[in-house]
Ligand binder design. Structure first.
Ligand code: ZN
Length: 480
């Protein structure tokens, strides 16, 4: 069963739409490297497309009655701590008949700065980190890195930080031992060659200079200051001047270390994109665009963009949180349906595409795949009936009837698609948010875009797959 290469079917009009979509995608990739930045990016775009925050409809009169009822055609979004987002476009049918849902995640593997991170060793200053998500540690050394995040101060103010993305910005890196002295390192397994505790970010090497004004201060102050490591002291003085930040403020900061730089077209034919965080931003963006492009709908369309997938979908901003369920309950309330039964019916009657990436077949590592059931770049949207490991363990194994229904929609809309497994049986495994939504009894299947070098600092996708997947998501929201 051979699947066709999508590129062969494109005319000029397709190529134009494809490039437009991918330019937008690259813009999001650059401005939405973290879950917070991504949420903000999507809220702005959603508002431009006529979406309103749920609070707009929740404004109550003194009698406790809602002033604005939700009705067909209304578009709402709800932000979850600024790190996750739910978007709804209300359809003609009652909500209890179910929704068509797309769900992707907007967090990506990275290095997170620890709560007490700053130290100096031999006149070099470092930020200690703890990696987030599954990474091959050796891939994260010797490349330019940027710092993105927030510092929350005790007075309630929150300072935004992005360093390393402007052309003029400094960048940072984790160093590696030179090949000449790497005899020991190279005899270790790849998992051990670079240790997690050694993924510390080099951020400075210049000692603080005591200015004349400084000397005017009391003797005690001066002695105390001089005890501090001089390079760290210089770093702290920069942080203070630029961000009004004290060392203690690291305790309430979320600083994420990500590869610095812009997404780029890849290949002489410019057929691919290389960028950080395409898992799962490629599905997040295509889902978002599909949601925004909807006109009139029978069933309510919903797009979920969640956090924490890479560490098990835990926490208040992950898919396991009650956030989604609570939000749907609020929507039902605004439509005058307050019973728990309506909520349960709405969720159970829904259909979902768990929009997540799939492993692209890599001919250089052919032995990890089973080629008949692998996802190929350029062959369109990828469906994974199941994921999991060691005998499908932990996977949401989608119902055949549901897959048949979704195939029908895709074929009617001329969407290129393929089916795949993550890799060869027992080669490894992985999971997505699919199993969490399936707990409500709804139909769910994993599908998304094939990625090469998944979870590496720079991941690769095919523009044709991005184009086909967006088309597929759009058709699903309209017709499922
Ligand atoms: Zn992932």
């Amino acid at each position: 069963m051979e699947r066709k290469n999508a590129w062969e079917s494109y005319d000029e009009k397709d190529m134009k739409s494809l490039e437009e979509l991918c330019e937008g995608y690259k813009d999001y990739l650059f401005h939405g490297k973290t879950e917070r930045e991504g949420t903000r990016y999507f809220i702005l775009e959603a508002e431009n497309a006529g979406y309103k925050p749920l609070e707009y409809y929740m404004n109550k009169t003194t009698r406790g009655k809602s002033t604005k009822k939700l009705k067909a055609g209304d578009k709402v979004y709800v932000s979850n701590y600024g790190k996750a987002l739910a978007l709804f476009h209300i359809g003609e049918e009652p909500l209890s008949t179910g929704m068509n849902i797309l769900g992707a995640h907007i967090d990506s593997p990275r290095l997170d700065v620890k709560q007490n991170p700053l130290y100096e060793n031999q006149s070099l200053a470092y930020l200690d980190t703890h990696y987030y998500g599954g990474i091959k540690k050796y891939q994260w050394v010797t490349l330019p890195l940027a710092i993105h995040g927030v510092v929350a101060k005790t007075d309630g103010t929150v300072v935004e930080i992005v360093i390393g993305e402007d052309e003029d910005d400094p960048v940072f890196c984790v160093t590696d031992i030179l090949i000449h002295l790497a005899q020991d390192q190279l005899s270790k397994t790849a998992a051990k060659a670079v240790e997690g505790e050694n993924l510390d970010l080099l951020i400075g090497s210049k000692p603080f200079k005591i200015e004349k004004t400084e000397k005017k201060r009391g003797k005690n102050d001066e002695e105390k200051e001089n005890k501090k490591s001089p390079v760290v002291k210089e770093i702290l003085s920069i942080l203070k001047a630029k961000y009004g930040m004290e060392e203690e403020d690291f305790m309430s900061a979320e600083l994420e270390i990500v590869p610095a730089g812009k997404p780029r077209d890849m290949g002489l034919d410019r057929s691919m994109i290389i960028a950080y965080g395409q898992d799962d931003k490629v599905c997040a963006y295509t889902s978002f665009v599909a949601q925004i492009n909807q006109k009139k709908l029978q069933k309510t369309a919903c797009t979920l963009l969640v956090d924490k997938e890479e560490i098990g979908s835990v926490g208040a901003t992950g898919m396991q949180s009650r956030f989604f369920e609570n939000t749907v309950a609020e929507l039902l309330h605004l439509m005058g349906e307050d019973s728990d039964l309506s909520l349960r019916r709405c969720l159970a009657n829904s259909s979902m595409l768990s929009s997540d990436v799939s492993a692209g077949y890599d001919p250089l590592y052919a032995s990890c795949f089973e080629a008949k059931n692998a996802a190929f770049l350029g062959k369109g949207m990828v469906f994974n009936k199941y994921t999991g490991a060691r005998g499908k363990s932990g996977s949401n194994d989608a119902n055949a009837e549901y897959i048949g229904r979704v195939r029908g929609i895709l074929e009617k809309n001329n969407v290129h698609y393929q089916t795949a497994e993550l890799g060869k049986v027992d080669a490894g495994g992985g999971g997505t948010i699919a199993y969490i939504l399936s707990l409500y009894g709804m139909e769910v299947i994993d599908c998304g875009v094939a990625v090469l070098s998944m979870h590496a600092p720079w991941e690769v996708t095919s523009k044709a797959d991005i184009y086909e997947t967006e088309k597929g998501y759009e058709a699903f929201l309209q017709e499922a």
